[in-house]
Design a protein around this ligand. Structure first.
Ligand code: GLN
Length: 465
């Protein structure tokens, strides 16, 4: 099913062909009727009606923006004042946000209508949404398959027309991988280009909020409304690099050497390379010797940062508390009972790699490796518009297929993790479907702050796929 884009809907609203209420009602009705478990919560009718009234007023007063009246979904880790935000964890089941994330503030100012919060892997750890404490989300293309993760709820909601666009967050692929699995566009913006204020911290040197949309143009519109420097996030900057297209694309040599890449994905990718060549692109295989090592670095650095970020969820400062006899037990009982298994696994891993005696052997090595990979990317991106890969090694896998095998789950991040490690932007664009009807995606990784290049390349792929 094809759903309209932001641009198409905006035209209808400005021409007066459709009222904001009608538009929002249509999406909310579909969201309520859906059995995909994409939403953790659809906001109350009163809440949505108030936002619709604001949007209508903006049209009346001539202050409407292109996002005014658009039904948008929030991932369940982005703070919206007065609303529950749980990270899809039992730990924060009753936590109500006391302030708006900067991206939420910007969306409100643009007159968008926030209709609900979407299901996700607990605290954004996972690649399938199966780590949510509230059940898996189903892939709209085949409900026996996962939607990807951790922003699986957002991806399914966009793909099934339950919202026009959704926020995701990407620490190692959580926007791009579910976007690829659900056949939509997902952008990981350059680290620092979007404020993280009000995003539940996971891996603070890796986390970025980004758009999940039907089209590349929509991703561009949506991203442009919430990017920018913010006094509440010291790592945020307002920067935009415009580089004329060289029509030169790089592919990492030996990308498929390790195996594990689905033959249909490989074929789809190779076909895309051929199509790009017919558009006048040069596509070179280049040496990126440490590309595949990104995953190893990620699964040291990311758990290390997680173990420290989630330390605040201790039953005392935030979240729910287990009934315990002593203060010592409060910590263990609360964290043992209210964190899921993957969250506990990452905290233990992270604590271990940061502990005295292992810090140099693991954490510091991963930090060193990270700067080597970043250097390799920077050198390559001086000569090329982007690095091209499939977004994922396989199409959407079955629900339950990988839950008991964390390493095989981690391998689904093979192509997405490098951009987070190097803090480069990357976009996933739908590139076709498997014989069984499951979507494929291709990914471009671009130079830092050169999102515009990714949008140009993405639009070309939309034309030729
Ligand atoms: N799948 C990756 C992980 O489990 C990525 C998560 C993310 O990007 N939030 O860590």
């Amino acid at each position: 099913m094809e759903y309209p884009t932001i641009e198409q809907l905006h035209k209808k609203l400005t021409a007066g062909e459709m009222a904001v209420t009608t538009l929002v009602d249509e999406y909310v009705a579909r969201a309520k009727a859906s059995d995909l478990n994409a939403f953790r919560e659809i906001f109350s009718d009163v809440d949505i009606a108030a936002q619709v009234a604001t949007a209508q007023m903006m049209f009346k007063e001539g202050t409407a923006t292109i996002l005014t009246g658009m039904p948008i979904a929030l991932k369940d880790n982005i703070l919206f004042a007065g609303h529950i935000v749980s990270g899809s964890s039992k730990m924060l089941e009753h936590y109500t946000a006391s302030y708006d994330a900067t991206v939420v503030e910007k969306l409100k100012a643009a007159g968008a209508v926030l209709i609900g919060r979407t299901n996700m892997d607990e605290f954004a750890m996972g690649s399938s949404t199966e780590n949510s404490a509230y059940g898996v989300t189903k892939n709209p293309h085949d409900t026996s398959k996962v939607p990807g993760g951790s922003s699986g709820g957002s991806a399914a909601a966009v793909a099934a027309g339950l919202c026009v666009a959704a926020f995701g967050s990407d620490t190692g692929g959580s926007i791009r991988q579910p976007a690829a699995f659900c056949g939509i566009v997902g952008l990981l913006p350059t680290y620092g280009s979007v404020s993280r204020h009000g995003l539940m911290a996971l891996g603070s040197s890796l986390d970025v909020i980004g758009p999940m949309t039907h089209s590349v143009a929509d991703a561009e519109i949506f991203y442009n409304t919430f990017k920018g420097a913010d006094k509440y996030d010291g790592t945020s900057v307002a920067q935009n690099v415009t580089i004329p297209l060289k029509k030169k694309i790089a592919m990492p040599k030996n990308m498929f050497a390790a195996g594990g890449v689905d033959p249909e994905i490989k074929k789809n990718f190779e076909d895309m390379v051929e199509k790009l060549k017919t558009q006048g692109f040069t596509v070179d295989e280049i040496d990126l010797p440490h590309f595949a090592d990104s995953l190893a670095a990620y699964y040291i650095l990311m758990p290390a940062e997680v173990s420290s970020n989630l330390a605040r969820l201790d039953g005392i400062r935030y979240g729910d508390r287990a009934k315990s006899i002593s203060i010592h037990d409060v910590y263990g009982d609360t964290r043992g009972a209210l964190f899921g298994i993957e969250t506990r696994r990452r905290i233990l891993l992270g604590t271990y790699v940061l502990s005295h005696g292992y810090y140099d052997a693991y954490y510091n090595k991963a930090v060193a490796l990270r700067s080597i990979i970043r250097k390799e990317f920077e050198t390559a991106l001086e000569q090329y518009d982007a690095i091209l890969t499939p977004t994922t090694p396989t199409p959407a896998f079955g629900i339950g297929e990988k839950v008991h095998d964390p390493v095989s789950m981690y391998l689904s991040d093979l192509f997405t993790v490098p951009a987070n490690i190097t803090q480069h932007p990357a976009i996933s664009i739908p590139s076709g479907k498997s014989t069984s009807g499951l979507p494929f995606g291709v990914q471009f990784i671009g130079a830092r702050f050169a999102e515009d290049t990714l949008f140009s390349l993405g639009k070309i792929v939309e034309d030729i796929r």
